[in-house]
Design a protein around this ligand. Structure first.
Ligand code: PLP
Length: 374
């Protein structure tokens, strides 16, 4: 089995699993309980919050646990509109966001908020020069993802923040594909809101967080008990929170080596495939500094991406067509279309995404399997 779909999800790290087990067994206390077991659970949640905050340069009370990237994105987009209130507002986002952001925008659009789209160039880099023109007095949020999940392009979030803040507009970034893989610090970036999801960095599924910069006031996502400073009520998923913090710490300890190794595998794949067929096109940014090390989007003219996925699947190789979350849809990817691919070329595309567990032998296996077809 060759698993090369790490942008869809990753294997739970052994250390994270080990760290989680005590909270699923004897340490099952409710963090809101006043007794010893409750206090132990509360301490575990507190320590995880501190560790996660430290990992991105935030303070602990700026980290709000959620069920993952989708929830964090929805919370960020919808609550900023709700907090500012009223019709006639607008949000600026990019044409290549994940559906968690795009569909959250669509939901607020149904309530009268206008959505304005920043176009991207052929490498998936947003046309920053158009941002100032897209914002006006009624703009309440700019939401641009840090690393794209289909083509891996990384945006210059710092510059986006500068342009938005110059007009007093808040910035949210969906950093789901970036956290644990690309080193950054929220203070240097200057973002107001940032979404993350543990299962993209070898943590458990169903847990993530939203970073909310101090001073940014959001209405509660869920009303109930006082958890998450009263903004997202509900008994905490203690084991998952602990697992997420362990997985993130583990990634960050080794981020330089892991991303260099993964980038090397991606380069090896590109070289191997170029030799097979010079017409193969690689989507995303040319400059390694502006692309996710492990995500390789490959367009093979004349082939069906879905067909290739099934051929590889039969050989025990797991890859994806475009975004995994959309892989049951027959429509071609909005990301690939936004960078200028025709419907046909978009449908001739697969995404191979490596993680730190992949090896050179995996790359050779993929090239060998594709050599029979392309
Ligand atoms: N945002 C991006 C960029 C993603 O890649 C994903 C998942 O694929 C999500 C959001 C959704 O995250 P989750 O699966 O944790 O809901």
């Amino acid at each position: 089995m060759i698993y090369a779909d790490n942008a869809a999800t990753t294997r739970l790290s052994e250390a994270a699993l080990e760290g989680m087990l005590p909270y699923l067994r004897e340490g099952f206390g409710n963090p809101s309980s006043l007794h010893g077991m409750g206090r132990a659970a509360r301490r575990a949640v507190r320590e995880a919050r501190v560790a996660i905050a430290k990992a991105i340069g935030a303070d602990a009370d700026e980290i709000f646990f959620t069920s993952g990237g989708t929830e964090s994105d929805n919370w960020a987009v919808k609550s900023v509109v709700e907090a500012k209130g009223g019709d006639g507002l607008n949000i600026v986002t990019s044409a290549i966001e994940h559906h968690a952001v795009l569909n959250a925008c669509e939901a607020v659009a149904r309530k009268g908020c206008e959505i304005r789209f920043l176009p991207v160039d052929s490498e998936g880099f947003i046309r920053l020069s158009q941002l100032p023109e897209l914002m006006n007095q009624k703009t309440v949020l700019v939401s641009v993802m840090m690393a794209n999940n289909e083509i891996g392009t990384i945006q210059d979030i710092q510059k986006i923040v500068k342009a938005a803040h110059a007009k007093g507009v808040l910035v949210h970034t969906d950093a789901v594909q970036a956290v644990g893989h690309i080193r950054f610090n929220v203070h240097d970036l200057g973002v107001d809101l940032l979404s993350a999801s543990a299962h993209k960095f070898n943590g458990p599924k169903g847990i993530g967080f939203l970073y909310v910069k101090k001073g940014v006031v959001l209405p509660p996502l869920l009303n109930g008990g006082g958890q998450e400073l009263g903004l997202r009520a509900g008994t905490e998923n203690v084991a998952a929170i602990v697992g997420m913090s362990i997985a993130l710490k583990e990634h960050l300890r080794q981020i330089a080596r892991r991303s260099a190794d993964v980038a090397e595998l991606a380069d090896l794949l590109r070289d191997g495939l170029r030799k097979l067929n010079p017409r193969i096109r690689f989507n995303g940014h040319e400059n390694p500094a502006w692309r996710h090390p492990g995500i390789v989007s490959i367009t093979i003219p004349g082939q069906s991406g879905e067909g290739l996925l099934h051929i590889l699947d039969l050989k025990g190789i797991a890859v994806s067509t475009g975004a995994a979350c959309n892989s049951r849809e027959t429509v071609s990817s909005h990301v690939l279309k936004a960078i200028g691919l025709s419907d046909n070329l978009a449908r001739s595309t697969i995404r191979i995404s490596f993680g730190h567990e992949n090896t050179e032998a995996d790359v050779m296996g993929i090239v060998e399997a594709l050599s029979k077809v392309v």
